[in-house]
Design a protein around this ligand. Structure first.
Ligand SMILES: [Mg+2]
Length: 185
């Protein structure tokens, strides 16, 4: 499976979840598959999707937050894992799509394609709920059954990105419509 196949399965079960998506092509793929105001396409801040998602989870504990993160960007901000695990919000699922490459810049290898194991790092950071997925058909069943908690979901995929166009929204438009949906009710 490739990242696009994984995101396709994730969006099949999206309901009331708010989604913070990683910079670059992952956000374009998500936009192409299922655009909605509840998606925050993070632009310009590589590595910070999980930190933004944590802030959202803390600010509104009754709302479910999913973060679609990548291996390369998570490696830029590993401290976020220990912060999330220690804060331990009951409404945050960190979904790391690990394709072993920097997909948005030409598929240069990341260290997860060599010795680095994000699952082990998450455990060391303090996550108690860790799931590793290697089969595309497992994705929606596992995500659907996670329930409340602070979850680390590692989806191992092959490198490669879909040929999708740019997101035709300005960053301020993405932010404003997301914040409007997030602060309703
Ligand atoms: Mg990657």
């Amino acid at each position: 499976m490739k990242r696009f196949d994984a995101i396709k399965k994730i969006v099949e079960i999206l309901d009331e979840e708010f989604v913070v998506c990683n910079i670059g092509i992952p956000s374009k793929e998500l936009f192409h598959l299922k655009d909605r105001p509840q998606n925050f396409y993070m632009m310009g801040s590589m590595g910070l999707a999980s930190s933004i998602a944590l802030g959202l989870a803390i600010s509104q504990p009754e709302k479910k937050i999913w973060c679609i993160e990548g291996d390369g960007s998570l490696l830029m901000n590993l401290g976020s894992l220990s912060t999330i695990a220690n804060v331990n919000p009951s409404n945050l699922t960190l979904i790391v799509i690990d394709n072993g490459s920097y997909g948005s810049t030409g598929d240069q290898c990341t260290y997860t394609s060599n010795k680095t194991n994000l699952e082990v790092i998450a455990e060391g950071a303090g996550f108690k709920s860790i799931v590793k997925i290697t089969k595309v058909e497992e994705i929606k069943y596992i995500l659907r059954d996670l329930g409340k908690g602070c979850h680390f979901v590692l989806i191992k995929t092959n490198p490669g990105s879909a040929l999708v166009s740019n997101i035709p929204l300005k960053p301020i438009e993405i932010k404003n419509r997301f914040m409007q949906s997030f602060t309703e009710n």
